[in-house]
Design a protein around this ligand. Sequence first.
Ligand SMILES: Nc1ncnc2c1ncn2[C@@H]1O[C@H](COP(=O)(O)OP(=O)(O)O)[C@@H](O)[C@H]1O
Ligand SMILES: [Mg+2]
Length: 269
Amino acid sequence: MIRLDVSQIHKNLKDPDRCFDLNIPCFEVKSGEKVAIIGATGSGKTTAMDILAMASQPDKCERFALAVGDKSYDLKQIATKPQKCARIRASFFGYVMQRSPLFPFLSVRENVTLQQLVAKRPDPAFIDVLLDRLGLTMIAGAFPSEISQGQKQRTAIARSLSHRPSVILCDEPTGALDPKTARQCLETIDWAAVQTGAALIMITHDWELAKACGFEFCSIQTCSLGKSHMAGELERRSCAAGPAKTRRGGDLSLGLSKQGSGSLVGGAR
Ligand SMILES: Nc1ncnc2c1ncn2[C@@H]1O[C@H](COP(=O)(O)OP(=O)(O)O)[C@@H](O)[C@H]1O
Ligand SMILES: [Mg+2]
């Protein structure tokens, strides 16, 4: 059993002209679950995903825990120890970022292999399967400068799945792809998650495709707290309460009104 479980996470982004506050009151995801995070552009989806993927540290956090099998990890404590943090991230997390950089001096296959080596889980046969499923076999020897944006994105997907992570996180993984290839990629991500019983979290604007692939939806609502101050809050999701319920009322801690304020009100299921 795999379970990622966070509560009362807060992150503030600030520059001289503006300020953004992200809140994650309670978010849980476990083995076999597929959650699509939806929300307007700029609502804080990537900020939330970076935190859930341990790629960025929250300013405040009450709970950040990962359970894999009979082992539990207190990621709140581990986050303060860079080496341990890197090990946990490399071993248990597979993160496809919105623009995942590839190593320019490594081929497609080498980029994918590197992730397995870092996780100490070499498995060339699994790489063959991933490259085949993602339509990359023909370009396995090519370098990033020799392939298209969509092929780079698929290489990043293969890399993030290659070490059989416990938690797969994808930030708009099909954004650069045509509808057929997008579906093929999502089915491969889904297939890889089923292979390992991983929990799957994805940011997407393609509600139809996510729905067709059986994702539950969890939205980020935003509100304005002043002229240059915005806040976003990820809908509460608790495994104990069963599948996510889209909440539409003014009961979020930001005190959003029924319509929110510039908010994306959920209900995409
Ligand atoms: N350094 C910063 N200072 C203030 N606001 C920022 C900063 N960086 C990003 N933001 C804002 O934070 C919000 C959330 O960004 P992001 O998580 O990338 O949104 P999304 O992925 O939903 O499009 C956006 O409104 C963005 O403009
Ligand atoms: Mg984003």
